[in-house]
Design a binder for this molecule. Structure first.
Ligand code: VGL
Ligand code: ZN
Length: 216
C-alpha cells in the first residue's frame, strides 16, 4: 500500500471518545477497545494537530435506557428527532467512566470537544448532534484553523467514528478512517453497515502503518 504523507499544516487527527466507559471494564465497553491506545499514541506523535472528543452526558440522559421505563439497552425508541438506540448509562459528566483512557498521551491535543451534553439529544458525531441540526462548531473551527484533511481514530467505529466521518465528508473535508486505530460495538450488524456507509460517504479506510511523514 502506498504511504499517505502527512501535510502538517492541513491535516487534523481527530481522536473520538477513547474513554474508560468504552474500554474493558467500562459501562459500554467496546470489545478490545483499549487495544487502540498504543496505536493512537503513535499517531498523535506524528501529527502537528490533534483534537480529542469526549462523550459527556448529564445524569439521566435520554439516550440511557434507564431514562425510559420498561426499555432495555440496545433497543430503539422514537425520540422527537427520530429513532434512537438506547444505551446503558455511560460517560456521565465528571465520572471516572467519562475520563479519557489513562494510557492516552493527550499532551499534544489542542482541543478537547465534549458532546452529548444536551439532556434530550444524543450526539454520536463530533460535528452535529443527533437532531441533525445542532452544530458543535467543530467543522467551522477546523476550517478556520486551515485544516482540510481529517484522519479519524477512536471508539466506537460503528457509531461515533462513523457518524463523525460522514459529517466530515459532508462538510467537505478529505476524510480518512484509520481502521486499526478504531474498534466497533457491532450491535445488530452495525459493523457491516458502517463499512457500507463509510464507502458511500467517500471516506477512505486506511491502516495506521500507511501514514508517514516526509520530515522524520
Ligand atoms: C458512542 C454510543 C453511545 C460512541 C457514544 O462513542 O460511539 N456510542 N454513545
Ligand atoms: Zn453516549
Amino acid at each position: 500500500m502506498t504511504p499517505i504523507t502527512i501535510e502538517p499544516g492541513r491535516d487534523l487527527l481527530l481522536v473520538v471518545d477513547v474513554q474508560n466507559d468504552f474500554c474493558e471494564g467500562g459501562r459500554l465497553a467496546v470489545p478490545d477497545g483499549g487495544a487502540i491506545v498504543p496505536v493512537v499514541n503513535r499517531l498523535m506523535a506524528l501529527f502537528d494537530h490533534v483534537a480529542l472528543t469526549q462523550d459527556w452526558h448529564p445524569p439521566g440522559h435520554r439516550s440511557f435506557a434507564s431514562a425510559h421505563a420498561g426499555h432495555a439497552p440496545f433497543t430503539q425508541v422514537a425520540m422527537p428527532y427520530g429513532e434512537q438506540t438506547l444505551w446503558p448509562d455511560h460517560c456521565v459528566q465528571g465520572t471516572d467512566g467519562a475520563a479519557l483512557h489513562p494510557g492516552l498521551e493527550t499532551g499534544r491535543a489542542e482541543l478537547v470537544l465534549r458532546k452529548g451534553r444536551d439532556p434530550l439529544i444524543d450526539s454520536y458525531s463530533a460535528f452535529m448532534e443527533n437532531d441533525r441540526r445542532t452544530s458543535t462548531g467543530l467543522g467551522a473551527w477546523a476550517r478556520e484553523r486551515g485544516f482540510d484533511r481529517m484522519f479519524l481514530a477512536g471508539l466506537a467505529l460503528d457509531y461515533c467514528v462513523l457518524w463523525s466521518a460522514e459529517d466530515a465528508c459532508e462538510a467537505g473535508f478529505e476524510t480518512y478512517v484509520i481502521e486499526d486505530a478504531c474498534r466497533g460495538l457491532d450491535v445488530e450488524g452495525s459493523m457491516a453497515r458502517a463499512k457500507h456507509r463509510l464507502a458511500a460517504c467517500g471516506a477512505t479506510r486506511i491502516s495506521a502503518g500507511r501514514i508517514a511523514r516526509s520530515d522524520r
